[in-house]
Ligand binder design. Structure first.
Ligand SMILES: [Zn+2]
Ligand SMILES: [Zn+2]
Length: 254
């Protein structure tokens, strides 16, 4: 019998997946700063995730329940939770079974883990299983972890993983892998930082951890572990990729 925490070394080794999931989901949610008009909603019978501002759908898409976490009880898989309809997990379960190191863990009902470790593993799991990322939200006393695929709403055309602007709000978005994008404004900032730092860069070598974002040293564009990352709120871009983004923006002209 394995334990969910056995996955942590693998999660850290593939930390770029965690960063990407965080970047995508948090950028989506940061677009709306949690004012009263904004709310998220999940309909487990369809099952579908929606983030709304008033009547406007900001981001939406199909979702599946990875599981829930409760203080004192730890993590419970969605497919072992009788209060979650089968539609809420049945599409995800085969995708989890296909991940070799995860399959043996699916038979165990619950794991004693901290919420932070749980969130790291769930973010990795969601992206590994092919979703955009993991959304983590409160439901009563529990925290629900949803593997969401954001494919609808105002932000469906993509958004900047650094500042959260949607395609409609910026001049252009430069696409990296797996949905990570940077807008022209953030790309220009990266270009400025690179220019100021000169040939011997003095870029921040200690990535900032903001909110629940893990401290990772991966470039989310080339997916390689690098030093001297230019950090966004959730992840960094390396000097090489920052240069490519700057050049791509320059070639597009004003
Ligand atoms: Zn931006
Ligand atoms: Zn890079």
């Amino acid at each position: 019998m394995g334990h969910l925490l056995d996955l942590l070394p693998r999660v850290h080794a593939e930390g770029h997946l965690v960063a990407q999931g965080h970047a995508c989901i948090d950028s989506a949610l940061r677009l709306s700063q949690m004012t009263e008009r904004e709310r998220w909603d999940v309909d487990l019978s369809r099952p579908r995730f929606e983030w709304r501002e008033g009547e406007a759908v900001i981001f939406a898409g199909p979702c599946q329940v990875l599981g829930t976490w409760v203080e004192g009880d730890g993590f419970l898989w969605g497919h072992h939770n009788p209060s979650i309809p089968a539609a809420g997990w049945s599409e995800l379960k085969p995708r989890l079974e296909a991940i070799a190191e995860v399959a043996p863990l699916l038979g165990t009902r619950a794991f004693d883990v901290t919420k932070r470790d749980c969130a790291l593993v769930m973010q990795w799991l969601a992206v590994r299983a092919g979703s955009t990322g993991c959304f983590e939200g409160p439901v009563g006393q529990a925290t629900i972890f949803l593997a969401v695929t954001l494919d609808d709403g105002q932000g469906a055309g993509g958004w900047c993983s650094w500042c959260g602007s949607t395609r409609a709000m910026v001049r252009s978005l430069i696409a990296g892998p797996r949905g990570v994008m940077m807008c022209d404004g953030c790309g220009a900032n990266v270009g400025d930082i690179l220019a100021e730092s000169g040939p011997r860069p003095s870029l921040p070598s200690e990535p900032m951890a903001v909110g629940a974002a893990p401290t990772l040293r991966f470039c989310v564009f080339c997916e390689q572990p690098r030093d001297g990352l230019v950090m966004g709120p959730h992840a960094g871009v390396c000097r090489d990729c920052g240069g490519l983004i700057r050049d791509a923006l320059a070639s597009r002209g004003p």
